[in-house]
Write a protein that binds this ligand. Structure first.
Ligand code: PLP
Length: 375
């Protein structure tokens, strides 16, 4: 059975060039980067070249990139640091953030009594920037934490605008850019964001590695202690093969951005055409004109009996997508993102997140639509 993977917002297939690079390092360059002998120096060099390559792509400085185990760690670190070290007394975020932000923010409230304000989300999935401006008019030291691209709907937030508003009000701005890094050009000379985070497995790199961008001049403390790695900010022996794999994946994503994004965008448009022809009552969750080219979230006009079985039935046919309105087990649990956007009646209906990569084809979409037709 041919398997079809349309869940690229969850994770992506690792590029063969990345696997080759990582395998070579695992086999040959096994030195501890902290060792001063030649084995160690080779590994150190790999790490620093990787850091430079990532920074150059973002128009950042190499010293502004700190490697972490991924975005959950980086988000938690930055949010905690803002409270414990930058004297932030309030965090403005939104209810459609990934739990790696939402739960970290909630934790600050319980642990330190940090105030939390949620900026309004409009029915099209966008952040109400007027409300953000109004919230920021209160004079209190603030961290604004808003994601760039929503992982369920693909809706893009104008982080340049958020950065400008935040700066104007003297607030720090952190953005979870997990879904946009490697898929949109980001120029950190132009966008005055203070902190952002990335995760390699979302751009065809390995799992368990990511990075935080910490703008130069911002003081940040470690949460772990015990080594001088990453300037003592993130101690522990570096995962050299993962770092090099991430840097390679990052470079390749941007080197092929134009052709791959065009291909993916064509697939998405094709999927929308086929799905709306097949299911005329289908609705797209989130403003279709403001979503990233690789994600669509569709609300399908299926009966409640069919709703709980959709993912299961697709999975039997080897098709992987994910569901916005209920967890996979079939017990209805509304998505916290769609709950902010949809009417109660629509929340009951199944929403599917279909997310593409350059490995997908038109045939994959035909198979998905055919399978949905038979449900
Ligand atoms: N933030 C967003 C928007 C995500 O989509 C994800 C991954 O699902 C994460 C954070 C967590 O990233 P990681 O898997 O690197 O911990």
């Amino acid at each position: 059975m041919k398997k079809i993977y349309l869940d690229n917002a969850a994770t992506t297939q690792v590029r063969p060039e990345v696997i080759a690079e990582m395998s070579r390092i695992l086999a040959d360059d096994f030195g501890n980067p902290s060792s001063s002998h030649s084995f160690g120096r080779v590994s150190r060099n790999t790490i620093e070249l990787s850091r430079k390559a990532i920074a150059a792509q973002l128009h950042a400085q190499a010293g502004e990139i700190i490697f972490t185990s991924g975005a959950t760690e980086a988000n938690n670190w930055i949010i905690r640091n803002a409270v414990t070290h930058l004297s932030v007394g309030r965090i403005i975020t939104s209810k459609i953030e990934h739990h790696a932000v939402l739960h970290a923010v909630e934790r600050m409230e319980t642990e330190f009594g940090t105030a939390i304000d949620f900026v309004k989300i409009l029915p099209d999935g966008s952040v109400d920037l007027n409300h953000l401006e109004a919230l920021l008019s209160q004079e209190i030291s603030t961290l604004v934490s808003l994601m760039h691209v929503n992982n369920e709907t693909g809706v893009i937030t104008d982080i340049a605008a958020v950065a400008e508003i935040s700066k104007r009000h003297g607030a720090f701005f952190h953005s979870d850019t997990v879904q946009s890094i490697g898929k949109i050009e980001i120029d950190l000379q132009q966008i005055p964001v203070d902190f952002l985070v990335a995760s390699a497995h979302k751009f065809h790199g390995p799992k368990g590695i990511g990075f935080a961008f910490i703008r130069k001049g911002l003081s940040i403390n470690p949460v772990f202690f015990g080594g001088e790695q990453e300037k003592g900010l993130r101690p522990g022996t570096e995962s050299v093969h993962n770092i090099a794999g991430m840097a390679r994946a990052f470079e390749l994503s941007y080197a092929h951005l134009k052709e791959e994004s065009n291909h993916i965008n064509d697939l998405k448009q094709y999927a929308v055409r086929r799905l709306s022809a097949q299911f005329p009552q289908m609705k797209i969750n989130g403003n279709p004109d403001a979503t990233l080219y690789n994600i669509i979230n569709v609300l399908l006009p299926f009966s409640p009996e069919k709703t709980s079985m959709i993912l299961f039935n697709l999975d039997i046919k080897g098709i992987a997508v994910s569901r916005g309105s209920a967890c996979q087990s079939g017990s209805p649990k509304p998505s916290h993102v769609l709950a902010e956007m949809l009417e109660a009646a629509d929340l009951e209906k199944p929403s599917l997140r279909i997310s593409f990569s350059h490995y997908n084809t038109i045939e994959d979409i035909d198979e998905l639509v055919n399978a949905l037709q038979l449900i």
